[in-house]
Write a new protein. Structure first.
Length: 223
């Protein structure tokens, strides 16, 4: 028994309870469920179209580039265009996300590799769990579907985001995480990514790619 367990056991003995009584557990669960929310910024409280526009403008303000396509099926052509126009090799590394696995790359010249990055990949493709409109932030969850290494090791990170997964604020994003995964099943890492990596630590000169990708391209699908 840990010191924490010992303390709680002593408290229960002094109260004459075990901690498993249904009324007491129900009362605790209700207090947690009905706890008042903190202050939430009003700027993200928009309709879906407004949240999409705000996300795009904030992401671009953070030096990401953003493209909007109608369907997931249009994403390969957009990604090929981006790689070509930024003079990048036609290569991509991605995880096992089912939405990415369903993409048809046959009409492009892109060579696709799968799995986590070992640090020698120039380009990576991930699918975001959510987007936060108020800051243009991507919510990236770890796992085999979208390995965390793809968020940090390649020079160029392309992220697909469904427009329906854009929420107004961080509180809504974390509520989605709790609803999606539930207690005890949350991913090992949740990364909040706003624009490409940057630093101005040395002489206050902005340097892109200091601690991660130097480019971030977000492909938003409307379906």
């Amino acid at each position: 028994m840990s010191a924490r367990d010992d303390i709680f056991a002593n408290i229960r003995r002094s109260l004459g309870v075990t901690g498993s009584e249904a009324p007491r557990r129900a009362a605790v669960e209700q207090r947690l469920r009905d706890a008042p929310a903190g202050v939430v910024p009003a700027r993200g409280r928009l309709d879906p179209a407004g949240q999409l526009d705000l996300f795009k403008s904030e992401a671009e303000r953070a030096q990401a580039t953003v493209a909007i396509v109608r369907t997931h099926a249009e994403a390969p052509a957009e990604i090929a265009r981006y790689l070509r126009e930024t003079n990048l090799p036609a290569t991509l590394r991605m995880g096992a996300d089912a939405r990415l696995a369903a993409l048809d790359w046959s009409a492009t010249s892109i060579a696709v590799a799968r799995g986590a990055s070992e640090g020698d990949d120039l380009n990576a493709l991930s699918h975001a769990f959510a987007g936060v409109a108020e800051t243009g932030t991507l919510v990236m969850t770890s796992g085999a579907d979208n390995p965390t290494t793809l968020n940090f090791l390649p020079d160029n990170h392309i992220v697909m985001l469904s427009a329906g997964d854009i929420v107004g604020d961080y509180e809504a994003a974390f509520a989605r995480l709790r609803a999606r995964y539930g207690k005890g099943a949350t991913p090992r890492a949740v990364n909040l990514v706003t624009g490409p990596s940057r630093s101005a630590d040395i002489e206050q000169k902005l340097l892109l790619g200091a601690h991660g990708p130097r480019r971030l391209h977000v492909v938003i699908t409307l379906e």
